[in-house]
Design a binder for this molecule. Structure first.
Ligand code: NAI
Length: 395
């Protein structure tokens, strides 16, 4: 079939297999060009390994440090007349490249929140690798079925306490307008924390430790975001921010336990705001990202997911470097985004943006291009008018 982008609001319902493969190849090339990461991880479990920060972490571990990787994700394979989700094609491309380079790569497509999948993954690690020395927790999900209660928790992106009004952009149509979002209920706050908080990360670490498949010195990392004050009501101080506080709580507990039991460390890395399937669903944030991209590209400090993860591994986690923590004990690779001069420019542009000047004042074009790339569109060397084979089995 000939596959073209079909954008519906903040999702694209099609994806291009060869384009996704080219996107993965680009990320592998970036990591290779940066050179080997010394003393890097050898055996890695990535939860949320098929897109965004998790995929970039997997690529960095494999092609920066020659790590064996186990990837867990939730993707839909192709159906009659319908391509698979991009993470499906990304993982196939990654796995083929990893194996061609002589690296172990094994995949689990299923619900990471379930107890059954945890046991399956633990059994595979025990059988194939013995132990893992790095666990990356990079899930982003709109819902979680609780493994003990069976209750389905749905996360919401809402302010807490009071309504929030600010500018937002319809990235597809290029329309800037005000949006007012009412405050979350207590139940919505609890559901968002149950979905995006730290409980599931702790359950993963429990399962790995109980099975004896954590290597001495093992590291566990999960990702968070803080961002500028203009987005705080919807992010840092909103429902998702409270869930991230819970993720930080889990990081401290896991860290203490790992240390008490003679293992290594657990921590949160605060990453930069980037276009991913998860972030495009957050109101207000895409407009901020469009402004941020313009400023950071002009300054030559713009990075994508792969740039961020390569820098995290090469300058913080490995390569003989110690972790550098902020006052709250978090690693910050959002440091370039949060530089005072960058944020001063954001604050100056923000109030001026309208539908009419959106293209001039922001990098909305870059945002859109990056968004389409997530689905395998707009990559050099791909003939998008040619027939593409959407039905590809997971290796
Ligand atoms: P993403 O949407 O690109 O990736 C989410 C991953 O989770 C995918 O691999 C998906 O298959 C997997 N997943 C979702 N539900 C699952 C389930 N039930 N079972 C197994 N796998 C499942 O998201 P992104 O943006 O890479 O987010 C990853 C983490 O990074 C999140 O914690 C997010 O809050 C954080 N982060 C994101 C930033 C951004 O701007 N995109 C900035 C800083 C942190």
């Amino acid at each position: 079939m000939v596959i073209k982008p079909k954008v519906r609001g903040f999702v694209c319902v099609t994806s291009h297999p060869a384009g996704c493969a080219a996107h993965v190849a680009e990320q592998i090339a970036h990591v290779r060009a940066c050179g080997p990461i010394k003393d890097g991880p050898r055996k890695v479990l990535v939860l949320g390994a098929s897109t965004g920060y998790g995929l970039a972490s997997r690529i960095t571990a494999a092609f920066g440090s020659g790590a064996a990787t186990v990837g867990v994700f939730f993707e839909r394979p192709s159906e009659e007349g319908r391509p698979a989700t991009p993470g499906w094609y990304n993982t196939i491309a990654f796995t083929q490249a990893a194996r061609a380079a002589g690296l172990y790569a094994r995949n689990f497509n299923g619900d990471a929140f379930s107890a059954a999948l945890k046991q399956e993954v633990v059994a595979a690690i025990r059988a194939d690798l013995g132990q893992v020395d790095l666990v990356v927790y990079s899930l982003a999900s709109p819902r979680r079925t609780h493994p003990a209660t069976g209750v389905v928790h749905k996360s919401v992106l809402k302010p807490v306490g009071t309504s929030y009004t600010n500018k937002t952009v319809d990235t597809d149509k290029g329309l800037v307008s005000d949006i007012t979002i009412g405050p979350a209920t207590d139940a919505e706050i609890a559901d968002t924390t149950a979905t995006m908080g730290g409980e599931d990360w702790e359950l993963w670490m429990d399962a790995l430790e109980a099975a004896g498949v954590l290597a001495p010195g093992a590291t566990a990392v999960a990702y968070s975001y803080i961002g500028p004050e203009v987005t705080w009501p919807i992010y840092k101080n909103g429902t998702i921010g409270l869930a991230k506080n819970d993720l930080e709580r889990a990081a401290s507990r896991i860290d203490a336990r790992l240390k008490a039991h003679g293992y290594g460390r657990a921590f949160i890395s605060v990453n930069k705001a980037l276009v991913t399937q998860a972030s495009s669903a957050i109101p207000v944030v895409p407009l901020y990202i469009s402004i941020l991209y313009k400023i950071m590209k002009a300054r030559g400090t713009h990075e994508g997911c792969i740039g961020q993860m390569q820098r995290l591994f090469a300058t913080q986690m490995f390569n003989g470097n110690p972790l550098t923590f902020d006052d709250a004990g978090r690693v910050r690779v959002d440091d370039w985004e949060m530089r005072a001069e960058v944020q001063a420019e954001v604050a100056q542009i923000w109030p001026q943006v309208t539908t009419e000047n959106l293209a001039a004042l922001t990098d909305i074009a870059g945002y859109r291009a990056e968004f389409l790339k997530l689905f395998g569109f707009g990559l050099a060397g791909i003939n998008y008018d040619a027939e593409a084979e959407p039905h590809i089995a997971m290796p």
